[in-house]
Design a binder for this molecule. Structure first.
Ligand SMILES: [Zn+2]
Length: 347
């Protein structure tokens, strides 16, 4: 695949993100907001949409003292004068749903896809003080580096409850194919997949804007990870299928408002990159599996570098994602060894 005959490249008309507690207007009545994240990807984008007598908020950032303080500054500053009427959450990950419950306590409605709501509420309630046996089995099957595994067993696992505010009962389900009225525009609801199941995207019918969440990102590709909740999942297959469904709706005039990085135009080209990048990664991985390997030994062909430190966990779950996809396609076999790890080999 070549990307050379593109009618338009990818452009970023708004190059300077808003400062903490401030906003940048990216379209009439649409404000871009940034919240910090304590990770390598150090921020998440949120948006506030002017609904006349209230605001609609798109995504929220983590629930943390700092996050709440920044929102309070926004509520007292650029968003003052009218209430938050609804919070629209694109998917269940903590950097997006984290403060939805906090806004609900203050009177906002929550609008969200059903799978995302169920996942967020389930994982927030399912607090795990130490690693469950199933999670440790999952790591062993993935061939997690022994030192990393030993280190993890001494730590508190990542818990939604630590960075997502409790979600009260009751939400408005967003459904594939429906049209919602939001900030004076009509928007088509289309679900993505792969990064998170039933991932919301909103497409303004006037052709000006698309709210992309982590499905439609500028310059980074979202993690397509497998988790112990569904160890044989095929997020790469889900991602490729979602790209095929969404690509026909992309135009060069839409401004894409993603969950991270910069707003951008050039979605038709970006959609091709989303697909091509994973096909190339799958090809490199398959070539590398001419001899048996565990998932944890496959980072170099996939990511073109060794990965250690804080990025290790995300790299491992995404590697399992690519292996599971090749396995579903019948292009690799996997063998459970006495050491508890799956050994993968090209057919
Ligand atoms: Zn995200």
């Amino acid at each position: 695949m070549v990307n050379t005959q593109t009618p338009a490249g990818i452009r970023t008309p708004f190059d300077t993100p808003p400062d903490e507690g401030e906003v940048v207007e990216v379209a009439d009545g649409v404000l871009w907001i940034r919240l910090p994240l304590p990770m390598a990807l150090d921020h998440v984008n949120c948006y506030a949409i002017d609904e006349g007598d209230s605001w609609a908020i798109i995504d929220t950032g983590f629930s943390s003292k700092r996050g709440r303080a920044i929102w309070q500054k926004l509520l007292d500053g650029p968003l003052s004068g009218k209430p938050i009427g609804r919070v629209i959450v694109t998917h269940h990950h903590p950097d997006h749903v984290g403060l939805a419950g906090w806004f609900m306590e203050r009177g906002a409605e929550l609008w969200m896809p059903r799978t995302g709501w169920l996942m967020a509420r389930m994982l927030t309630l399912d607090e795990q003080p130490s690693y469950p046996a199933e999670t440790l089995d999952f790591y062993r099957r993935a061939g997690m580096d022994a030192d990393v595994l030993a280190q993890r067993m001494t730590e508190r696992p990542f818990n939604f409850a630590d960075c997502v505010a409790p979600l009260p009962l009751g939400y408005r389900r967003l459904i594939e194919g429906e049209v919602i009225h939001l900030g004076g525009r009509d928007w088509d609801v289309r679900m993505g997949d792969g990064h998170a199941p039933e991932h919301l995207t909103l497409w303004a019918q006037d052709g000006t804007l698309v709210i992309g969440g982590d499905q439609l990102l500028h310059s980074i590709s979202p993690n397509l990870g497998v988790y112990p909740t569904e160890p044989d999942a095929d997020p790469v297959g889900d991602w490729l299928a979602a790209c095929e469904r969404l690509a026909p709706h992309a135009t060069d005039t839409q401004l894409i408002l993603g969950g991270h990085k910069l707003p951008f135009t050039g979605l038709p080209l970006r959609m091709r990159q989303f697909v091509d990048n994973h096909h190339h990664a799958l090809d490199r991985l398959l070539a590398y599996l001419d001899t048996e390997k565990v998932a944890g030994a496959c980072f170099v062909p996939l990511f073109k570098r060794e990965i250690t430190g804080s990025a290790y966990g995300l790299a491992l779950v995404e590697t399992v994602g690519h292996l599971n996809h090749l396995w579903r396609l019948g292009q690799v076999t996997r063998r459970l060894d006495a050491d508890g790890a799956y050994y993968w080999k090209a057919v």
